[in-house]
Design a binder for this molecule. Sequence first.
Ligand code: NAD
Length: 482
Amino acid sequence: MQLNDPALFRQKAYINGEWCVADAGATNAIRNPASGETIAAVPDMGADETRRAIAAAGAALPAWSAKTAKERAAILRRWFELILASQEDLAKLMTLEQGKPLAEARGEVAYGASFIEWFAEEGKRVYGDVIPSPAGDKRLIVIKQPVGVTAAITPWNFPIAMITRKVGPALAAGCTSVVKPAEATPLCALALAELGARAGIPAGVLNVVTTARPAEVGGELTANPIVRKLSFTGSTPVGKRLMAQCADTVKKVSLELGGNAPFIVFNDADVDAAVRGAIASKYRNAGQTCVCANRLIVQDGIYDLFAEKLAHAVREMKVGDGLEPGVQIGPLINEAAVHKVERLVDDAVDKGAQAIVGGAALNGNFFAPTVLTGVTPDMLVAQEEIFGPVAPLFRFKTDEEAVALANNTRYGLAAYFYSRDIGRVWRVAEQLEYGMVGINEGMISNEVAPFGGVKESGIGREGSHYGIEEYLQIKYLCLGGM
Ligand code: NAD
């Protein structure tokens, strides 16, 4: 692997400040989804190694939480700067293990780093409260303290940002952390750990356990009483299982789960802006994004024009290896993902939808960017997260119909709509049962705003001042005898 800084290419796990192999010596092969080639082998660790990582995080906690927020912020700031200085290498690693186009990978490095910078500062603003006392001889005070040892389990679709969104606030708040990255994308996580060590994060404060046996590592992370909080990003079924597992030790949990985002285009929308927004929201990361537009719900009067303009833009998209210049759509993560998208598109076409662009798998793990018209709620694409470059277009007549269609899902992560009527903007924004709503905007995520869902899309928020609260607990002090 050709990196400017070869030491960022790590093939060992990181526990208590040491680079480690698995006890049994087993490894997990990491493949480039664009070519199928094996690019690395990382330790396949189990419950024993995880227990040691948790113990290390527990041992590191007193000294880390005793530092001042300003001292922790200085270390996190250095980490942020080192991540940005390594942007090219990290982007390359990401494209190699995850597949997204290099330009998007560079963007994710900067976006991921922004959470470290932001939370480093926010850690200095963890304020308490003084409550007016109902009794003259008492004083009532609320302080906020770190929850303690935290666990982070992250998905493959954003190999850096999903980690920094958790570890940034955790470390800033004074917690320590054990990270279990997705099986497919551990290399970015290990490079982050290397840069963290260079920044001065003390041994045990940040640990990365790699594995091909997520249930075993997850079992230890959720059962171990030293871990006081789990933050999980991934699919809804796994999130539910982990939440249940955390019940035994009553851990605090944050869950960022699946989505089924509606993208509504009203007759009064700026059509070109809506097409641009749909492209950004739908086709970024080849459609493998939890906030991806999953259902494009378009009003009767503008449906044909929107479909035509979207199809025109999608037809121009360049598909290929993310390292090639100009590529906009990379591979899907693996063969199973291609089969899933194929199954959803075939089902829609069998039930009467038309693929006006694309509609089929290409060679290897690639799927042609696709636009489907004539889609109806009985089709599987309406109910399942597509996680591929497929835009299904639904038709509606009234605002009530659009909102009902949009809310007709067990998910509630992101929703989008395009309209220039101010009354409709307020009404629809309030009626959508979602944690985030993009209004005349297809890209909504950043480090300063609260990211998260309602219904079966999750619990808790990442980013913003709400995000650090997830890593803090409230303590009430009652001073008597005044
Ligand atoms: P996944 O649930 O299969 O895996 C996510 C993580 O959980 C991985 O690290 C995996 O190894 C681990 N895991 C799997 N089974 C486990 C078990 N039994 N115990 C412990 N850990 C286990 O999801 P994925 O396919 O990697 O990611 C895609 C999903 O993530 C999509 O549903 C997507 O919407 C969701 N996602 C949500 C957000 C968000 O912020 N809401 C962001 C990105 C992705």
